[in-house]
Design a protein around this ligand. Sequence first.
Ligand code: C2E
Ligand code: CA
Ligand code: CA
Length: 765
Amino acid sequence: MKMKLRLNRRNAILMGGVLLGAYLLLMIIVTNAGQNRLKESQLNELNLNVKIYSESIGYFFETASREIGEVAQHKATYTFFANLASGMSMQYGLGSSLLQLRRNLIQHTSPDHRQHENAKFNRMLLVGFNSNIIADSHPKLRFDINSIPFQKMQNVDHKIDILVKDNHIVIRALQNVYLNGEVVGILVGEIKNDTIINLLTTQEYQLSNSRLSLSTSQGSLPIWDTFDSKASHHLNTLYFNQSIANTPFSLNAWFAPISESQIITSTWFTIALSFLAVPVIFGLYYSLKINNTNLVLTTKIEETHNQQTVLTRQNHRLKTEIDRRKMFEKELAYQASHDILTGLSNRKSGDEKLRHALLQAKRDDVNVLVMFIDLDDFKQINDTLGHLAGDKLLIQTAKRLRQSVRKTDVVARIGGDEFLLVIPNLHSEKEAQTLASKLLAIFEQPFQLNESQFFISTSIGMSIYPQDGETTEELMAHADIAMYRVKKEGRNGFSFYEASMNTDVQRNLDIDAQLRQAINQNKLEVYYQPIINLENNQITGAEALMRWKDDKLGFVPPDEFIPIAERNGLIHKLGHMALDTACHQAKKWQEIQPLTIAVNFSAAQFRQQDALIESILTVLNNSGLDPCLLDIEITESLLFSNNIETVQILEEIKRIGAHFSIDDFGTGYSALSYLQKFPFSKLKIDRSFLQDMEANPSSQELVNAIIAMAKALGLKVVAEGVETQWDQDYLKTQNCEYAQGYYYSKALSTEDFEALLLQHNKDVI
Ligand code: C2E
Ligand code: CA
Ligand code: CA
């Protein structure tokens, strides 16, 4: 029994021991598993943190590269290089564009740059390819130009590099700067290390007992170090290395492992478990803790996920903003080089393209054609039909020009109604001639404005590289001079530059200066050319024509000085003088013989309407001439200003009693509708029709047609430029009423005309 009892007790003890051992073993296994999972979850958590840190830095460098990229494409940078390439001097535009450029660099390195982010750069500078510093945000600081890897930059667009300066790591973003696709410089941005440190220490919480540093090929940049230096657990720290995408860097992180005390506690727990029931509590405690840790981890992951969502959203917003700005910059760049109205290149860009073509031509030893195209009387369209119509006309002109040349040819709008055409590889002068004729021909098609169609012609001036000049300025100036020659010679044509034209320009300047003096000193005279009634060959009137003999310039024909007076405003004084002299004279001559007096009026005079009416009234009043003896000659260019005001002023003058003649008929727009609208009495056929009338039947046809048309409109006809008996006879057969020309007499001085009148009267009597 005793034995049994002892056995039983021993067994019980044994059983208890075995059970306890099994329990213990079970507990150890469970506890161990718990410990392992705890370590594992801590490891995962730390790993995740390091990844987030590295992503933050990666994003920082991405935006830094983007920012410096934006500076490289900035208008200020582009303008500076474009100015430099165009050879502009420092005093002129280059200096100011350099200042703009530098201001932009300073702006990107100032601490208050960008409200939402800290500045990314300490310093930003622009280095040229011949190792010079073009602009520097901090010019007083030393900079080692040899540190720029020019060689390497040839193969990439941008890169990040590291160097050690005064024992400090300097991280730099390098970015190539391009002009027309070619690298012209390198932008260097020195990264502000503090911003990287701030980024991690302020955005992320700092783990105690940890160390983080940015590892580069030149050493490492410490970010934080909160390791307790006395603690011994340095040896078994947890270490992470995470490379940063798209940069040559990686992050190094060290963390203290899970607190040793926890592990120790769990060891004690195993021992204590043998004696106490604590293990269960400990087990519970552990499982609870594991659960809690998992919960913390889940929350953390969720938090990270949320952070990532926010980051993605911000990224998206940033991207939209960058896209918007890029679009804006593109638009700005487009506007800087294009004419907004027509979409053609503007003057600056036209200049640049011509310069480029000249460089190429110098290399290839070929010719370049420079063509100036100016619309005739465009100002009138603008003044009278309005700017909208003018704009439409310019757009249609641009389209026609663009369509008439090759894609490689340059077409630019360089002024109001002035266009530039550059043909980069001209084979012969003949080719230029053919092209000019072709361009004149495209203007023979009517333009469509609103509901009506009308015609406009152009004047084309041409210069050729290298014979007419070597530089853009020379060639443009010479093409301009050639164009003016066309204008002077009646428009609607083309002309090549000739060296002699230069003297013309000087002469125009001289005329301008001398004319003012001549008016003040009363040096201008009025001559009179008789107008003959073809029915009885009597002098029926006189046309007053201005004459000027200058001491310095000699005889200057009115065709030369009138256009200049129209441009400089002297025409109002001149016109008044001519009218005043002619009317007073005509009044006197009435005693010898009744005659009408024709006075030429420029379209320009009608721009000061009140002054004009005033002038006519005063002159008629002072001279006492019967208003119906006054014939006001105007050209079609005035009629073209088909607006109500012009009709009104003509009607008003008509009411005073004066008559109107349409002068130089056939050289301008010759639109019938104008003739009907305005109150004309006479039509003067331009002398160019009579020039070859005898030899040319088609000129005869034209003259016949004009006379027939004038009659249909109830107008009397004056044929100008009658030089031969044949002319006179022919005009008589066509029932032309009046004639004027050298056949009868040139324009004569007052005395000579008076003598002619007296003689004529005698002859007739
Ligand atoms: P216009 O009004 O057509 O004047 C006629 C021009 O033809 C005059 O030239 C006259 O001398 C010239 N002429 C007359 N008969 C013949 C001929 O048989 N053969 C040739 N080949 N030519 C002939 P001029 O005097 O040199 O005047 C030229 C232009 O200057 C005038 O052309 C007119 O537009 C303008 N002009 C002259 N005086 C004045 C003026 O006082 N005011 C304004 N606004 N313009 C004027
Ligand atoms: Ca005239
Ligand atoms: Ca005339």
